[in-house]
Design a protein around this ligand. Sequence first.
Ligand code: AMP
Ligand code: ZN
Length: 137
Amino acid sequence: MKDDCLFCKIARGKISSATVYEDSHFRVILDVNPATKGHCLIIPKEHFDNIYDLDAETAGKLFSLATCIARAMRDALGCEGLNIVQNNGEIAGQTVFHFHLHLIPRYKDDGVQLAWTPHESEEAQLEEIRAAIRKAI
Ligand code: AMP
Ligand code: ZN
């Protein structure tokens, strides 16, 4: 628990939230400023700043829970699709620095924009990048 962290307080029930699910590791809430109807956040109760801090066991449990919540959202909301978004760092759009996963239900003409511009790539450059990441794993 980090004293000045909003999501620590929400996850541990010290600040109220629209909770759709809770267990000993996670709380799932409705985003207070949803991208679309039913936008959910999965929040671990333990504090992790971002994906780099997350341990493998929590990550595994988290994604398993995400599959369950996604199916429930599909059934309850009747959405036609669903995006999973997870922001790390200010430049990537992170505004709350306690790891969380966004589950964003998608509806026809919902106006959500998550698209990027695809760029051309060169084989040599791809190879250099591939090798660098592979070495770092
Ligand atoms: P991110 O930009 O990925 O860090 O996402 C933070 C999300 O938390 C945003 O979508 C906010 O709307 C949401 N949020 C911030 N404060 C609250 C709150 N008190 N209850 C629910 N959602 C919140
Ligand atoms: Zn926290």
